[in-house]
Write a protein that binds this ligand. Structure first.
Ligand SMILES: [Fe+2]
Ligand SMILES: [Fe+2]
Length: 271
């Protein structure tokens, strides 16, 4: 089997009647961060696919072309599954959330229409450099296996992040192959990472007051909590700007390799 395996999965999908916003390890901050990410990728991942597909003809290396094609097919599966989960989140009744989500869609439409290929591929790499680290961190914390994590979201994120790790080199490799401009790459890493982080914090600001009123004070995220979360994530961002950064330096722990194999067995179909 190819190390970047495209899997079609079947998941148990939450509905608005049985969705609890504090679904990740009974921790509201982690839950909102992951929920914001789930909403974000619904519009980001089509952008990733379109950005790389439109430069594919310029790629002269056969192996890289196949990896880019597999990357795009994995990402297409990701956003289609997240859309199904996001329906419950969006229906849960958060005034302003749908509008913020629509504004995100407009951002990506604008990027595709107004920015050049190098900018878009740089943005893709900036996002991927962040997700690889987040994925490794999430797996080492065992967040998605936590007894108080909603198993439906846990299964979705385990699959998604395992595949992010499988294709971790692809955006970096295509950017290097086509452009190799490290300073511009660092700038786009910053732009992409700020873009998702701002969106995620905005979702938290919209959702937390509603959930606090609807449930209890354990759903409250204070400005200080958001500031501390931002401080905690900065080292992950900065690491990706360094001229010697490469995703090829990561070693993937055995348990993630085993997870990839078990996902392949559980998949409805693979290619
Ligand atoms: Fe993805
Ligand atoms: Fe990805």
């Amino acid at each position: 089997m190819h190390p970047i395996t495209v899997r079609k999965m079947q998941f148990d999908i939450p509905t608005v009647d049985n969705f609890n916003p504090k679904w990740a390890a009974d921790n509201i901050m982690l839950s909102y961060l992951a929920t914001g990410t789930s909403l974000y990728v619904a519009y980001l991942e089509p952008f990733l696919v379109k950005s790389l597909r439109r430069v594919l003809d310029q790629v002269k290396d056969e192996e890289l072309r196949e990896n880019v094609d597999r990357f795009c097919r994995q990402e297409a599966q990701h956003y289609m599954q997240h859309e199904r989960f996001n329906a419950a989140i969006l229906e849960f009744g958060y005034p302003g959330l749908r509008e913020r989500f629509d504004r995100l869609k407009g951002d990506f439409e604008h990027f595709l229409a107004a920015k050049g290929d190098k900018w878009c591929v740089g943005f893709v790499e900036g996002f991927e450099a962040y997700t690889t680290q987040s994925a490794l961190k999430a797996f080492s914390s065992r967040l998605f296996e936590h007894p108080r994590t909603d198993k439906r979201f846990g299964a979705l994120f385990e699959w998604h992040l395992a595949e992010e790790i499988e294709h971790r080199n692809v955006a970096f490799d295509i950017y290097q192959h086509l452009y190799g401009d490290k300073l511009f790459r660092a700038k786009l890493c910053y732009i992409a990472q700020m873009h998702i982080w701002r969106f995620t914090l905005d979702c938290m600001k919209i959702m937390s007051p509603v959930d606090t009123a609807r449930f209890d004070d354990s759903y409250r995220v204070k400005p200080l909590d958001r500031a501390l979360a931002t401080v905690a994530v900065i080292p992950m961002f900065v690491k990706t700007y360094l001229p010697w950064y490469t995703p090829h330096a990561y070693s993937v722990p055995d348990n993630i390799q085993q997870l990839s194999e078990s996902l392949t067995e559980a998949a409805e179909s693979i290619s």
